[in-house]
Design a protein. Structure first.
Length: 260
């Protein structure tokens, strides 16, 4: 296992196994690669690559204005540096938007694509809600821990106080200037990808009770992305990759195996 920072400032965690195409994980806004620990543990016998996106964790962000192409360039530069040709790409939340952008630009590098908790065409009310959260974050210059109530069920938080503390610590450790740049991208996303350019077999997953990345959004994505399939994670909310790790991991394993 290797943890390292590239010359361009990307911090990554690599578990290299010669016999397999790497599974690459992209985390959500305000978080770090550490949210993928249940997956990294489960896929310990596979090649896995996880990293901190620009301006998060230990990865730098040195430009004033940022767009999704910058995040795709970060990933292509990383896998090129590591001499990785093909990847199974998995993105969560804004990570799924980065993965969608990457797939429209570098589809030839994908063995498969998995979109976890992905947004698509928010309603006016949904857009108003995320705008208000962004305005609150700009005003207070901190992230509300109320987000964890949207990301996990109450029962899970009650039974897993260490996870609550871990995620809270990650959130409170953000560089707010960088966070707001990236959060604004997420809030103002226009769903303007050319989905016809996504040719890789795609798995679309979301939690049954995810209020931000709803079942309806995933169903619509399933319609517009060719060669895609849909899975709803029972009892899951936004961070179902942690709360419902067994279900999510099995779905990823089966999908990767089918497309390896």
């Amino acid at each position: 296992m290797t943890t390292r920072t590239t010359a361009s400032g990307t911090y990554y965690f690599l578990n290299q196994k010669k016999q397999s195409i790497p599974i690459v994980f992209i985390h959500g806004v305000g978080l770090t690669y550490e949210i993928w620990q249940p997956q990294l543990d489960f896929f310990k016998d596979y090649s896995t690559l996880s990293y901190d996106i620009l301006g998060h964790g230990k990865s730098s962000l040195n430009i004033q204005e940022i767009n999704f192409d910058d995040f795709s360039d970060q990933l292509i530069n990383l896998i090129n540096e590591l001499k990785i040709n093909k990847i199974h790409l998995i993105g969560f939340s804004i990570g799924s938007l980065i993965a969608r952008n990457f797939a429209t630009k570098f589809n030839d590098r994908l063995q498969s694509l998995t979109l976890l908790s992905s947004i698509y065409k928010r309603s006016e009310e949904q857009q108003k809600t995320v705008n208000e959260r962004f305005d609150q974050a700009k005003k207070e210059l901190k992230l509300s821990k109320q987000a964890l109530k949207r990301w996990f069920t109450d029962r899970y938080l009650e039974n897993n106080p260490k996870t609550y503390e871990k995620i809270s610590t990650i959130l409170s450790s953000n560089n707010m200037v960088n966070f707001l740049k990236v959060y604004e991208l997420f809030v103002n996303h226009k769903n303007d990808e050319d989905f016809k350019k996504i040719k890789a077999n795609t798995l679309i997953m979301t939690g049954e009770f995810d209020t931000g990345s709803t079942i309806e959004m995933s169903q619509e994505l399933n319609k517009v992305i060719e060669n895609s399939e849909l899975k709803i994670v029972k009892d899951g909310k936004h961070l179902c990759g942690i709360e419902c790790a067994d279900d999510v991991n099995l779905a990823i394993k089966n999908f990767v195996k089918k497309n390896d």
